[in-house]
Design a protein around this ligand. Structure first.
Ligand code: SAM
Length: 282
């Protein structure tokens, strides 16, 4: 369906769509990997799409960026070295660098054009790009993780597009093997894990592939995300061993502000709705 001035992403698995009223297209580039488009909307600020899928809006990206980063960083006892695979809009990097204990945050996105577009149309997401602790690379995240020194990383955050195209290889055992090897024994892998309303099979498959790679405990945290299909999204944490109690006192006393994440939101997200818990065997 189309209508004047409305931009839609149709989502076949749910028979639904996400739409924005837009005023104009600001930019479009076909990179070697994907088509990136930027629109100006009437109510949501700028909107970035990759291959027709909504990635980021100015108004609601904080939900995703805060939830894909802070729960993992407050669950790890002392995260110093963080790797972000994907995340080219730089919003996750900005959240990770809010933690004063982080000494190094590597962002490895396959597509430089995503970051160039973010710098131009989402400059607020890129405000930590010149932090001396940040290292921004443009390379395939699969190769980056395969070449990481064993036992060198505290947290791997997979902030990728959906499991098609260049991101397909970020959802299988071979990639998780590399993450497992690169992580220290108390390390955490966290990955955006799509909609818990309609893609529970995918979350189960991801967990299955992670388990085959050696991860043995999992936690899926749901959160609202209006710009993604169904409006409800999730991230899944995996550990080699150990649980998901988080540093609640540190989260309450965090030396930075957040718009969605809080210690109470973190606690609440740990309690899955019954239908999700049942589907995930919890
Ligand atoms: N938050 C978004 C979502 O859930 O839809 C993802 C946003 S972020 C812009 C996704 C990034 O993953 C893109 O910039 C894309 O270039 C990157 N990406 C896809 N496949 C990749 C790969 N194999 N290695 C590194 N980055 C990859």
């Amino acid at each position: 369906m189309t209508a004047p001035n409305w931009l839609y992403e149709n989502f076949d698995p749910a028979g639904s769509a996400i739409g924005y009223r837009v005023t104009r297209k600001l930019d479009e580039v076909q990179s070697p990997f994907q088509k990136i488009e930027i629109y100006e909307s009437t109510d949501w600020g700028n909107v970035m799409l990759i291959d027709g899928a909504m990635m980021v809006t100015t108004r609601d990206n904080f939900l995703y960026h805060e939830m894909v980063s802070h729960p993992a960083l407050f669950t790890h006892a002392d995260p110093k070295h963080v790797v972000i695979i994907g995340g080219g809009d730089c919003g996750t990097l900005r959240e990770v660098l809010r933690h004063p204990g982080v000494q190094k945050a590597v962002q490895c996105d396959i597509d430089e054009q995503v970051t160039r577009m973010a710098e131009k149309y989402f400059p607020e997401l890129c405000e930590s790009n010149s932090d001396p602790r940040a290292e921004i690379l443009f390379d395939d995240g699969i190769a980056y993780m395969a070449n990481c020194a064993p036992g060198s990383v505290d947290i791997v955050i997979v902030d990728s597009t959906d499991p098609v195209g260049p991101a397909e290889g970020l959802f299988n055992k071979a990639f998780y093997d590399s993450c497992f090897r690169a992580l220290k024994d108390d390390g955490i892998l966290v990955q955006q894990s799509e909609s818990p309303l309609v893609l529970l099979d995918l979350i189960n498959e991801m967990r299955g592939e992670m388990r085959k790679a050696g991860f043995d405990s999992f936690q899926t945290l749901p959160f609202p995300q209006p710009c993604y299909p169904t409006g409800w999204w999730s991230c899944t944490l995996a550990r080699k061993s150990g649980g998901f109690d988080f540093r609640e006192a540190d989260a309450r006393a965090k030396p930075f502000t957040t718009k969605y994440y809080s210690a109470d939101i973190h606690k609440g997200a740990q309690h899955l709705p019954p239908f999700v818990a049942e589907a995930l065997g919890e």
